[in-house]
Design a binder for this molecule. Structure first.
Ligand SMILES: [Zn+2]
Length: 89
């Protein structure tokens, strides 16, 4: 089973076999004797390295309210939704 991760070099999405990594919350740790290469930036992810999981529930709304804090667009680049402070008079 493949799980989607976020490359910590380029922010792109990469999918790895679940058995290649140790899952820990919303991050995974690359197991020893496993190495995989990001298809976007060719960075090698080595054993012991920590990568973020791509959130399974992705909040994308058009002309609606976004309840989540992250919006994922395209190949997995995460854009944080800016919170505008109330204007001080
Ligand atoms: Zn990458």
């Amino acid at each position: 089973m493949l799980i989607p991760l976020i490359c910590n070099q380029c922010g792109g999405k990469l999918e790895v076999e679940q058995k290649w990594v140790l899952e820990s919350g919303d991050t995974v740790i690359v197991l020893s004797d496993q190495t995989f290469t990001c298809p976007h930036c060719n960075t090698k992810h080595l054993p012991g390295e920590t990568l973020k999981r791509l959130p399974e529930k992705t909040a994308i709304t058009i002309a609606g309210n976004v309840s989540g804090s992250n919006i994922v667009i395209g190949n997995g680049n995460v854009i944080l939704k800016g919170r505008k402070k109330p204007r001080q008079l």
